[in-house]
Ligand binder design. Structure first.
Ligand SMILES: NC(=O)c1ccc[n+]([C@@H]2O[C@H](COP(=O)([O-])OP(=O)(O)OC[C@H]3O[C@@H](n4cnc5c(N)ncnc54)[C@H](OP(=O)(O)O)[C@@H]3O)[C@@H](O)[C@H]2O)c1
Length: 252
């Protein structure tokens, strides 16, 4: 199977990296001539990649076309390109909905997929709307697949993907605070990464426990965790989190 990536930016290069780390059998990957620097780097690393002359050539040579352009570019270029009926279109574009994708490409064989950068290390959730056997079998090599039948639900998942930067900021604040208390910067950062990694791994290992149980099991009444959780709740930290999610949901 030949794959084509329309737009060779951050997410396309992560997906390509994941593909070559996986057991997926790919004949060829075509990249668009933009971004040239990233595309060239990828061709040097992986033999099966070649850079197409233009976007139309990429589409014509590929069985599956991954839309990895920004929404603004998508609105501009998709309607000018021809997607034959036998092409499968997989859109990573956050804010172009199914209806518009269908209208622009004049093709119904479209799925919207949410990959996240860790797909490059074959980790993390991958939401597919709407899914089929082939897509599921492909993406299960690159992370944990969540199949969604309703676009509105897929938008809710999109909203939660906005927690990457806020999550890292939580780590950053924690390590900054440690540094201010006299811990060396590198040690503070290493400690913080280990702490949050262990928490995430522990939550996966305890999959059978609902998340609210993890919250209660991690605190003793009157203890330090209970104190900090209570303080954050009182100061509306989690209400603000919900508000941010509601606001971003409206953008999708
Ligand atoms: N980053 C993420 O974590 C993530 C996760 C899920 C989904 N997405 C979605 O994936 C899409 C891409 O995101 P990104 O973070 O990878 O953005 P990005 O790094 O800015 O990549 C966009 C790519 O599109 C290229 N491009 C611009 N104009 C083009 C054109 N006319 N024809 C072909 N390619 C063109 C850019 O090339 P130049 O650099 O030469 O302009 C760049 O390579 C977005 O719609 C986003 O919503 C991103």
């Amino acid at each position: 199977m030949n794959l084509g990536f329309l737009g060779t930016g951050h997410i396309a290069s992560s997906v390509v990296e994941g593909i070559f780390k996986s057991k997926l059998k790919i004949k060829k990957i075509y990249l668009s001539p933009r971004n040239k620097i990233i595309a060239k780097k990828l061709t040097k690393r992986f033999k099966k990649i070649s850079i197409s002359k233009n976007n139309q050539q990429l589409i014509d040579n590929s069985n599956w076309i991954f839309l990895s352009i920004t929404p603004k570019v998508g609105h501009k270029i998709l309607k000018k390109l021809k997607f034959k009926k036998d092409k499968k279109i997989i859109s990573f574009v956050s804010t172009i909905n199914y209806k518009d994708l269908k209208r622009y490409t004049k093709n119904k064989n479209i799925s919207r997929v949410i990959p996240l950068p860790f797909i490059g290390i074959k980790k993390g959730p991958i939401v597919i709307f709407s899914s089929d056997k082939k897509l599921k079998n492909f993406f299960k090599h690159l992370g944990k697949v969540f199949e969604v039948k309703n676009e509105k639900v897929s938008k809710a998942f999109w909203s939660t993907s906005s927690f990457m930067a806020p999550y890292y900021n939580l780590l950053f604040t924690t390590s900054n605070w440690l540094t201010a208390k006299g811990v060396k910067r590198q040690e503070a950062e290493n400690y913080t990464r280990e702490l949050f990694l262990a928490l995430s791994e522990d939550s996966i290992n305890k999959k059978r426990l609902p998340l609210n149980k993890l919250v209660s099991n991690s605190q003793t009444p009157g203890g330090t965790n209970a104190f900090v959780l209570g303080k954050l709740k009182k100061d509306k930290f989690y209400k603000i989190q919900m508000k941010a999610l509601n606001s971003i949901f409206k953008k999708f």
